[in-house]
Design a protein around this ligand. Structure first.
Ligand code: MGD
Ligand code: MGD
Ligand code: MO
Length: 763
């Protein structure tokens, strides 16, 4: 009999599948293969009726919101199938008929589970019962909800101060659950509310607040459709926001010029076969990006400085707008004139002539420019300066706050934006805190809380006793897996509200809890009857989401109910908040949100309208909520990463078969890869320079301030990309990302800018 494993692994096994196939990547996305793949995923995991019901209600008015990305649904022309291949995979993953029951946990020890792949863990199915891992135990065992809540409350009470607890949020929680959660956490006495946004669009929020006074996108779908020029920077919509491709296709058909800026030639940026249009079904693609700038990784700051330089030196700027609406232009223009073309060209790897051509395109016509971006900009050391430069481009052209023009940070998690709106933030504004206090009659703490990286550092310093997560997979989403694992293991208690098993349930504090919750697709019944919840998409539309399927287990509770029960157990009867009655009827929670959060008046009525309502966006209305009261130019000098000979700049990115840390499969169809995730992409010349054969196993080592971190046995894949660059999948490559390597001002881990060396693995 094989020995029972005792070691618990923070990382998936580093064995190779031996089944990798590499083909030339396709030049367009979607079409019939996408439809076939969507259906295959749904019907291989879900009971046919449930799958069909779930898909039919996905993103329909009155149905449930897709749990995948935050791309908005069309206001008017919604089709019967308003979802994409990856939305269908997310639904399949949630509506699977597999179950991780108490018997499952009695059979498999935590150590044994930790030896399985992430794909295996996810395929174990939906969690069905609250489970506890007692100190020293090898297996999780079931417990009742009241026992779980008492255990949590006791551990929270035993802490030396409320700041010894950390409350993480992933971006899937509803507005209702998130609002109650932050209220509980603040009544408990801390602002330690790190969230996935700290690792995601934090840099966008910081840069946009400084320049245009709002941390959210300023455009609607209509603006994209009316744009003349669309810049798509550091974003891979074919995989991560597939429904965006329909909008882009429409814009292109109406004459928009699309310019992609990306070190990789992503299939979804070059062409699109609309799966619901005849041409798409016949395999005819609409060409999308007219110009494709294969930028050097981290070269975007230089590119945008170059665009500003071209506009200023060729006098293509909108003087009227600059005069009326902005401040700081003269200093900024002087700063821009001092930039050397040679330095900008070297940093971004693009010739001046090309940059000038893009600048002229942006300034052409009615200057209806929309810039979209995502993680390719936000997860670098200089991310905030780069995104400020994106905002400057729009200020120079007056391309904000009018039809067809504006800024479009493309959000990740489906309700990450709503979570922030209703208070999930370690440093909410004074006005929010004051309104919360007024409404709920308590004194809210004002000390800023920890963000994600600061939370890990505090855990490592022994300053955190309880780590609680509302969703997510903290261990694998956070940087520096080894440090994050040690950090979690130093806690007295780690607790996760989750739908599916993941590695964060296996790397635990002395005691660990799994609290299983309803997913978006499921019916949420409370004392007053069936409830719906509300969410906010990437374009500030707040709308409702109604689950349609019977819950995966009768023991599941809604996230809202779990938070309310935790608050009652912890705060006791002296809490001034009627937790139970709020939870009985979510309309009461929405009323409270409307009383606290600006622009939610008439919430219940407005959200009951089909399609929901737009939240006010000041920058869109040219009302500048910056410190100066005007849109602000905020220059920064160029900071380039210098690589030593032999070093590469590694980015960690998503394959087509995953949602963040949830792995759906081993293929990355749009990059021509199947059967393996432990791979690293490099330019063919970089393989040659290292005497590596294609698909040879390599070790990757990151270098940061004298520290080294390594991962082993990744297969080297030659790929069309700039020299000096490398790319590997998240989360397998997370052990390489140094914990303290974060973006200036936003604290976001530098997941796209890791300095590495790569060498053949020892035989
Ligand atoms: N199916 C699916 N959908 C998702 C997700 C998922 O995992 N799966 N995740 C969701 C979440 S939370 C998020 S935040 C979004 C993420 O959406 P994306 O930001 O599109 O995701 P990434 O895979 O991180 O891709 C980053 C892109 O930036 C490019 N890039 C990297 N470095 C640079 C650079 O220096 N400059 C430029 N210009 N480009 C660069 C990469 O080549 C890649 O195309 O997607 C959301 N939607
Ligand atoms: N190296 C590297 N690291 C990164 C990134 C990167 O590009 N590179 N991207 C970063 C980004 S952009 C983000 S947003 C973070 C994501 O970080 P997280 O949000 O923490 O991670 P996810 O993988 O989305 O979380 C998946 C888990 O959420 C749970 N879950 C799913 N649906 C629900 C639900 O409805 N309710 C509850 N309570 N739980 C649910 C399931 O148990 C599932 O296992 O990762 C970041 N980490
Ligand atoms: Mo994200």
């Amino acid at each position: 009999m094989p020995a029972t494993p005792t070691v618990i692994h923070a990382q998936p096994p580093d064995t190779l599948t031996g089944e990798i196939r590499v083909q030339p990547p396709p030049t367009s996305a979607a079409g019939l293969p996408a439809v076939a793949n969507a259906l295959r995923h749904v019907f291989s995991q879900t009971r046919p009726l449930d799958g069909a019901r779930a898909l039919a209600q996905l993103n329909q008015k009155g149905g449930f919101d897709c749990p995948s990305c935050a791309w908005p649904d069309p206001d008017t022309h919604r089709s019967t199938f308003e979802f994409c291949e990856n939305g269908a995979k997310a639904v399949a993953s949630e509506t699977t008929s597999a179950r991780a029951t108490p018997e499952f946990f009695a059979t498999h020890s935590v150590a044994w589970l930790s030896e399985q792949t992430d794909l295996w863990l996810d395929r174990a199915g939906r969690l069905t019962h609250p489970m506890v891992l007692h100190p020293g135990a090898t297996h999780y065992s079931p417990l009742s909800w009241p026992e779980a809540m008492n255990l949590l409350a006791n551990e929270l009470h035993a802490l030396p101060t409320p700041d010894h607890a950390v409350f993480y949020t992933s971006g899937r929680a509803s507005n209702e659950a998130a609002f109650l959660y932050q209220l509980f956490v603040r009544q408990f006495g801390t602002n330690n509310l790190p969230d996935c946004s700290n690792m995601c669009h934090e840099s966008s929020g910081v840069a946009m607040q400084q320049t245009v006074g709002v941390g959210k996108g300023t455009v609607t779908l209509q603006d994209l459709e009316e744009a003349e020029t669309i810049l798509l920077v550091g974003q891979n919509p074919g995989t991560n926001h597939p429904r965006m491709l329909s909008t882009l296709e429409l814009a292109v058909r109406q004459g928009a010029q699309l310019i992609a800026v990306n070190p990789l030639q992503e299939a979804g940026l070059t062409g699109f076969m609309h799966p619901q249009h005849l041409s798409g079904m016949l395999g005819r693609a609409t060409p999308l990006a007219k110009d494709y700038l294969a930028i050097r990784p981290n070269g975007d700051h230089a590119l945008f400085l170059g665009l500003a330089k071209s506009l200023i030196e060729e006098n293509l700027v909108d003087h009227e707008f600059i005069h009326t609406h902005t401040t700081g232009f003269d200093d900024y223009a002087a700063h821009i004139r001092r930039q050397e073309w040679s330095e900008l060209e070297a940093s971004c790897g693009l010739p001046r002539t090309r940059i000038e051509a893009v600048a002229r395109q942006c300034a052409s016509g009615h200057r209806r420019l929309v810039t979209c971006w995502a993680m390719g900009l936000t997860q670098h050391r200089n991310a905030v300066a780069t995104i400020r430069e994106v905002a400057h481009l729009h200020l120079l052209l007056g391309a904000i706050g009018r039809p067809g023009a504006g800024l479009c940070p493309v959000r990740g998690h489906s309700n990450v934006q709503g979570n922030r709106t209703v208070g999930i933030y370690e440093k909410m504004s004074e006005s929010f805190m004051a309104a919360l206090e007024r409404e709920f009659s308590f004194t809210a703490p004002r000390r800023h809380g920890y963000d994600t990286v600061q939370s890990i550092a505090a855990m490592l310093d022994g300053k955190v006793g309880v780590f609680f997560a509302l969703g997510g997979n903290f261990l694998q989403a956070a940087p520096d897996t080894a440090s994050t694992a040690t950090a979690l293991q130093k806690c007295r208690l780690t607790a996760h509200v989750s739908t599916k098993l993941n590695r964060s349930h296996l790397i635990t504090g002395r005691t660990a809890l799994i609290l299983p919750c309803l997913g978006r697709s499921e019916i949420d019944r409370q004392a007053s009857g069936e409830q719906f919840v509300t969410v906010e998409n990437s374009m500030s539309v707040v709308h409702s989401s109604h689950g349609v399927l019977e819950p995966a287990s009768p023991h599941l509770r809604s996230e809202t109910a779990i938070v309310a029960a935790l608050a009652q157990a912890t705060l006791g009867p002296q809490s001034p908040t009627p937790w139970a009655s709020l939870c009985d009827d979510y309309r009461q929670i929405r009323q409270k949100i409307a009383d606290v959060v600006p622009d939610f008046d008439g919430y219940e009525l407005k959200v009951s309208q089909p399609g929901g309502f737009y939240l006010r966006n000041d920058a869109r209305e040219r009302a500048w909520k910056t410190k100066s009261g005007k849109a602000t130019f905020y220059p920064a000098s160029l900071e380039t990463i210098t690589l030593l000979p032999g070093q590469l700049l590694l980015q960690t990115l998503r394959s087509h078969d995953q949602f963040n840390t949830t792995i759906y499969g081993l293929d990355d169809r749009y990059r021509g890869i199947s059967g393996e995730r432990r791979i690293v992409f490099m330019a063919p010349s970089e393989l040659k320079a290292r005497h590596l054969r294609p698909l040879q196993p390599v070790d990757i080592t990151s270098h940061w301030q004298g520290e080294q971190r390594s991962v082993h046995r990744f297969l080297a894949v030659p790929y069309t990309m700039p020299e000096g660059a490398a790319a590997a999948y998240y989360p397998e490559a997370n052990p390489l990302i140094p914990l303290h390597s974060v973006a200036h001002e936003s604290g976001t881990p530098t997941s796209k800018g890791v300095i590495v060396t790569i060498a053949a693995s020892p035989m």
